[in-house]
Design a binder for this molecule. Structure first.
Ligand code: NAG
Ligand code: NAG
Ligand code: NAG
Ligand code: NAG
Ligand code: NAG
Ligand code: NAG
Ligand code: NAG
Ligand code: NAG
Ligand code: NAG
Length: 351
């Protein structure tokens, strides 16, 4: 090999020898190819690739740097503590064997439509510990084999995100984790996940489960993790408590505690009986119904009394009315007879 450093444009310092130049160039190109192959097969710098690159773990690197260098056969890829911010359409390419993708603590805020389109074998996706404020309706398009989706402490705008039809592409999803998202209500979007089996809703701000939500959980036999949540223990949670006490679908309901009203604060929800569960305005409501009934009865009585006292006047009025009716009927009868003749003559001329 030449000691001098040649480049492929023929600018050797020696007198140019055509064949030597060609060999040199070929060698150089081969070297380049080797470097390229090495890059695609080996571990990206700042990543750890134990066990033959089936698992790649990266920290604090730009997504593009990682994806340019990650081995194409990778099965488990974990990119954490990076600053990804926006996941664009088809963000991941040529990773057909990827089954598990972890993108947590990545300051992820926006996931655009078709972001995971080229990951046909993905079964686990962990997007926990991010600040997602926008999730495109088709963000999960192509993830028809996804079984586990983790979104713990990941949603900055939980209500907006959970009301969009992002569930439509996840027809094989079995486990959904939504802990620590400050959800105020049960995420009804889960009723569209046909195969959902396990739902994590702990550490949110849900005060109770209502009847329609319980029937979704019951009919789909979804197993629920629900603790802790700030349960408000009034008459509205009776359904929920009965269900908890009857079902084996709630896996941690034993630990649920009341956060109000003050006299039940910190009581165990499962320990409550129906007569513990009162609404402060429940008595008021019954009282107002009773009051309303009495008023109605009074009005009825007064009406009857007026009728009774006025019975003579009413009789006179009825007679007047009957007479007026009779006059009216007679007038009508007379007019009918007058009208019927010309009509008959019209009909006969028509034939
Ligand atoms: C290495 O990967 C193979 C599958 O690719 C797996 O069976 C094995 O358990 C892994 N070993 C370690 C130490 O992770
Ligand atoms: C990689 O795989 C080969 C065989 O496929 C095996 O001999 C070697 O020990 C593996 N290396 C690591 C780091 O697991
Ligand atoms: C993907 O996995 C299959 C089977 O395990 C293997 O034959 C193929 O080479 C892998 N693809 C890549 C790009 O490594
Ligand atoms: C993360 O990336 C965004 C835009 O890509 C940038 O504005 C922001 O300063 C970055 N944050 C950090 C901590 O690097
Ligand atoms: C990945 O999916 C393709 C088709 O979508 C399939 O042919 C291939 O075998 C899968 N690879 C693995 C490792 O499952
Ligand atoms: C790869 O991810 C799967 C989940 O898809 C998990 O079961 C497996 O343990 C992971 N393997 C490694 C080596 O981390
Ligand atoms: C519960 O979620 C909040 C954010 O909503 C988080 O700050 C807190 O650490 C979480 N607690 C646990 C025990 O995970
Ligand atoms: C089970 O539910 C029914 C109504 O659905 C309720 O009457 C009954 O008390 C519940 N059983 C227990 C043990 O709570
Ligand atoms: C309920 O109890 C907790 C401690 O168990 C306390 O921190 C909280 O202030 C109490 N809330 C009310 C409204 O009494």
């Amino acid at each position: 090999m030449s000691r001098r450093h040649p480049d492929c444009h023929g600018n050797l310092n020696n007198t140019p020898l055509k064949s030597a130049e060609a060999n040199c160039c070929l060698l150089f190109k081969l070297f380049g190819l080797l470097v390229f192959l090495n890059a695609t097969l080996s571990c990206p710098s700042s990543c750890i690739c134990p066990n033959n690159s089936s698992l790649v773990q990266c920290h604090s690197l730009s997504l593009q740097d990682i994806l340019d260098n990650v081995p194409h056969g990778v099965q488990n890829l974990s990119i954490t503590h990076s600053n990804i911010t926006v996941l664009q359409a088809s963000a991941f390419r040529n990773l057909n064997n990827l089954t598990s993708l972890v993108l947590s603590h990545d300051n992820l805020q926006v996931i655009e439509a078709m972001a995971f389109l080229d990951l046909p074998n993905l079964t686990t996706l962990d997007l926990s510990f991010n600040t997602l404020s926008y999730l495109a309706d088709d963000a999960f398009a192509g993830l028809s084999h996804l079984q586990v989706l983790k979104l713990n402490q990941a949603l900055l705008e939980p209500n907006q995100i959970l009301n969009s039809p992002w569930t439509q592409h996840l027809q094989n999803l079995k486990t959904l984790e939504l802990a620590g998202n400050d959800l105020q209500t049960f995420p009804m979007a889960v009723k569209d996940l046909k195969n959902l089996q396990i739902l994590h809703l702990g550490n949110n701000s849900i005060q109770r489960l209502n009847e329609p939500e319980i029937s979704v959980l019951r009919s789909k036999k979804i197993r629920l993790y629900f603790s802790p949540n700030p349960i408000f223990c009034d008459c509205h949670i009776k359904e929920m408590v009965y269900w908890f006490q009857n079902t084996s679908q709630t896996l941690d309901a034993q630990q649920l505690k009341c956060f109000g009203p003050p006299n039940l604060n910190s009581s165990l929800v499962m320990g409550l009986r129906g007569d513990h569960l009162k609404c402060s305005n429940e008595d008021l409501e019954t009282a107002s119904y009773v009051f309303f009934g009495i008023v109605l009865a009074l009005i009825g009585v007064i009406f009857l009394m007026v009728l009774y006292l006025n019975r003579k006047g009413i009789k006179r009025w009825m007679n007047n009315f009957r007479e007026a009716c009779r006059d009216q009927m007679e007038g009508y009868h007379y007019r009918y007879e007058q009208d019927s003749d010309p009509r008959r003559s019209n009909a006969s001329t028509g034939i």
